[in-house]
Design a binder for this molecule. Structure first.
Ligand code: FES
Length: 91
């Protein structure tokens, strides 16, 4: 079971995370649970979306990027390297 965590704490919310949550929460993808979470210590990089157990940290997620994550990562099993947090993922 994959889990998607969408930070809904203050800084990410200020950067647009509510809209990102609204996009993800309507998705019904088998074996994928969509959850909100608190601050993950990456404020300023938000909206942050983390996929477990893949351990992929997507940063500055826009609505367009959210749809790409759904299509490519969650449905297509292809993580999107170019959208991952560069400090946490080797490019
Ligand atoms: S508020 Fe989202 S990482 Fe801190």
């Amino acid at each position: 079971m994959r889990q998607v965590f969408i930070c809904q704490h203050r800084t990410c919310t200020k950067d647009g995370a509510t809209k990102i949550w609204e996009i993800f929460k309507h998705q019904e993808i088998s074996n994928v649970a969509i959850k909100t979470c608190g601050c993950m210590g990456l404020c300023g990089s938000g909206p942050m979306v983390v996929i477990r157990p893949d351990n992929v940290y997507y940063w500055h997620v826009t609505p367009q990027k959210a749809h790409a994550i759904i299509e490519m990562h969650l449905l297509g099993d292809t993580p999107i390297q170019s959208m991952m947090h560069p400090r946490l993922h080797q490019q």
